[in-house]
Design a protein. Structure first.
Length: 231
């Protein structure tokens, strides 16, 4: 059998072994036993992952230690309850802390999730910058809306002119029911107390009162024309 360059593999004798030094020949420290405490659920998950990958726990941990940065969060020490505690037994070169081993295995579990993907640091930085920009713009928009939005009136809303002003109409005679409904749908997402950009329960309540007051005004004041035929 020959290599692609025509050099026979059989010609590689023990004398040529120096071209291919083993880990032991380059002075790699021998593996030592580790006993890493962790939660039982965590231990069972990493053991299942090693089985799925067709490797042992020590090899899985060694591979993860090469990739995982120190800032990765540690899943933590095991709980006090003996029933929920476990110990991972593995062999690695010396110099690794229990926290580092737990961090690496936690990262291996995260990378095994279907929705997880690795990305270059440049892309991650670009996305983080985009998120910061959007956050800043959202705060600026909320601040601008806060400055131009209406202030809740004291007491109950009873005057049509106040309701018309709240909706941005010039007076109480320049709109119909469709315009009132359309304007309400534009303003409601702004002031909704749960999801609004300028969330305010009082404003939302008065916005609903204003809508009802304006629609009632249209239906009672405009006694002729299309609104009468509609009703």
């Amino acid at each position: 059998m020959t290599a692609p360059d025509g050099y026979p593999f059989a010609a590689l004798t023990e004398a040529d072994a120096g071209f291919f030094p083993s880990a032991r020949s380059v002075g790699a420290p021998p593996a030592i036993p580790y006993r890493v405490s962790c939660a039982r659920v965590f231990a069972e998950a990493v053991v299942r992952l090693a089985v799925r990958r067709g490797t042992d726990l020590s090899a899985l941990t060694a591979a993860a230690l090469l990739l995982v940065p120190d800032r990765t969060p540690d899943p933590g020490t095991p709980p006090q309850d003996d029933a929920e505690r476990a110990v991972l037994e593995l062999r690695l070169p010396p110099g690794h802390s229990d926290a580092a081993i737990r961090r690496s295995l936690a990262a291996a579990l995260a990378l095994a999730e279907p929705g997880c993907r690795l990305m270059p640091a440049e892309e991650a930085g670009r996305l983080e910058g985009a998120v910061e920009t959007l956050t800043y713009r959202n705060k600026a928009l909320a601040h601008a809306l806060e400055r131009v939005s209406f202030r809740p009136l004291d007491g109950k809303l009873t005057q049509v002119r106040d309701a018309a002003q709240m909706f941005g109409f010039v007076n109480e005679w320049c709109f119909d029911e469709d315009r009132v409904v359309k304007r309400f749908r534009e303003l409601a997402p702004v002031y909704h107390p749960d999801t609004g950009v300028v969330a305010c329960r009082d404003r939302m309540a008065q916005l609903i009162d204003a809508r009802n007051l304006l629609i009632n005004h249209v239906r009672t004041a405009y006694r002729s024309g299309p609104w009468t035929r509609r009703s």
